[in-house]
Each structure stands twice: as structure tokens, then as C-alpha cells.
Design a binder for this molecule. Structure first.
Ligand SMILES: [Zn+2]
Length: 265
């Protein structure tokens, strides 16, 4: 199968290739635990995860810099009010875009080749990646629109951390860097071109430390055999019992005690 912009997100492409988002569906991130059964349901197109407004605002900003905003608007009529105005969240998205375009360095990083698709074999799996802004021989840049760039995230097991670790962007950086290295022989630095959705949008160009990428890549290698076995139907997926898919498909077998409601605290 040859990957194109048209078939990149197709079911066929997702079954043949691993992507970073698919990997996160199966393995989870520090901020979002995985549900293996949901990951397979998404893969088999049995479950359509609802696109939240937060996600759509990010997609709106992405679409602008890809040069596909008109298509995006046509495909997402929900972003307009009944009178045909943009909803407040997307007016904010326009403010974020204006803020970004006011910064020459941010724009320089965003001026690479857009939406470059690459595939490579890594740890026995075929991977697909799509680079937001690729500067051959120079660097890889990924655009992200976040709630905040500096707010601390928290998990019970790992304590406080920044959004990069929380959402597994170090892992994305590691995979993108490795795939580009396999295809071109060049090991390039990875940057997140980040903007916040705050009232006054914050902007930053954030380089991901090589040590973080090396650690993340080592964890990927460990997890690949399980993901491939799940995708090939060789082992049964584990249910998380807390995602929307698990709520939708659960069948009660017996009452529970009230003390079980919160799980382990
Ligand atoms: Zn689940």
C-alpha cells in the first residue's frame, strides 16, 4: 500500500501501519490510560470518538497553516452559529493564528514542507508519520495548540509534569525523528511550535531533549510485540471499564458495593 494524503487516515492504512496516535490508543500516555478494546474498536471503525471542541479548535489552527481552512470549514458546519458567524471558540482560534503570524521566528519554523508523509519499518512494525513542517537536513516541527503551555499536569504515580510528557509528545518526537532518520539517514532535532488557547495566547518553540526521545523510543520497542499481537487478533484486548466504549458495551452481571465506585484512590 502506498500512502497518500487521501488514504493516510483510512482503515486500510491504519491496519497496515502503526501511527503515533494508534500507539497511544493501545499503550496510553501518562495523562490518558489506554483501553485496548477501544483501540481495536477504533481501528475496526466500530467506534467513532466524538470530536471535542478543544480538539476542533486545534484542527482549525492546523488547517489554517496547512492551507486547507476552507475545506475544514465546509466539513465542519458545527463551527458556525445559526446566523453563520464563527462560534466564539473559533474566533479565539483566529486570534491564536494572528498571534503566531506576528512572530517571525515561529513563522520561520512553520515554513517547512507541509504535511509530509513518510513510512518506515521500526521494531518489526510498519509506521506512518505526517510531518507538519519539515525542513530537510535541518529539523522537524509539529504545531500544537494547547490549553496552556505552562500549567503543570499531575498524575498519581508520576506527580507533576509539563504538557509534553503528560500527552506523550516526547514519544511522538522520538518516532518522527527515527522514521526520518531511517528514510534519509539524518537524525534531526524535533520542535513543538506551540500556542496556547488562553485569553492572551502564549507562543513558544520547544525543543524536545534527546534523552527524553531516547527513553521514549526504548519504551516503544518493548510495547510493539503486544500491539502487533492485538492487531493480528492473537491475544484478547483488555477493557479499561471507564472509557465511553466500555460504558457503551458493558453488560451488568451483578450489583457492586458502594465502596467499589471510586476504585483505588
Ligand atoms: Zn475502555
Amino acid at each position: 500500500m502506498i500512502l497518500t494524503a487521501e488514504n493516510y487516515f483510512s482503515r486500510e492504512a491504519s491496519e497496515e501501519y502503526l501511527s503515533v496516535s494508534q500507539y497511544k490508543d493501545f499503550i496510553g500516555t501518562l495523562g490518558r490510560p489506554a483501553c485496548e478494546e477501544l483501540a481495536l474498536a477504533k481501528l475496526h471503525e466500530e467506534w467513532d470518538t466524538e470530536k471535542s471542541t478543544a480538539l476542533l479548535v486545534g484542527s482549525y489552527v492546523d488547517a489554517h497553516f496547512e492551507g486547507t481552512l476552507n475545506t475544514f470549514k465546509a466539513q465542519n458546519p458545527d463551527i458556525f452559529t445559526k446566523s453563520g458567524d464563527l462560534k466564539a471558540e473559533y474566533k479565539r482560534a483566529n486570534e491564536i493564528i494572528n498571534r503566531i503570524e506576528r512572530d517571525p521566528l515561529f513563522m520561520k519554523y512553520m515554513s517547512g514542507e507541509k504535511q509530509v508523509i513518510m513510512e518506515a519499518e521500526l521494531f518489526g512494525a510498519k509506521w506512518k508519520v505526517k510531518l507538519d513542517s519539515y525542513h530537510p537536513d535541518n529539523c522537524i516541527v509539529d504545531l500544537k495548540t494547547m490549553k496552556s503551555l505552562r500549567e503543570s499536569e499531575y498524575t498519581k504515580d508520576f506527580g507533576h509534569m509539563n504538557f509534553v510528557r503528560y500527552w506523550g509528545y516526547d514519544l511522538q518526537a522520538a518516532i518522527y525523528q527515527k522514521v526520518v532518520e531511517i528514510k534519509t539517514g539524518k537524525k534531526l532535532p524535533f520542535y513543538i511550535a506551540a500556542a496556547s488557547k488562553e485569553k492572551e495566547p502564549d507562543i513558544e518553540l520547544i525543543q524536545i531533549e534527546q534523552t527524553l526521545m531516547d527513553e521514549a523510543l526504548a519504551s516503544v520497542e518493548v510495547n510493539i510485540p503486544k500491539i502487533l499481537a492485538l492487531k493480528n487478533g492473537e491475544i484478547d484486548p483488555v477493557r479499561c471499564e471507564s472509557c465511553d466504549w466500555c460504558k457503551h458495551t458493558k453488560v451488568l452481571t451483578a450489583p457492586i458495593w458502594s465502596s467499589a465506585l471510586l476504585g483505588e484512590i
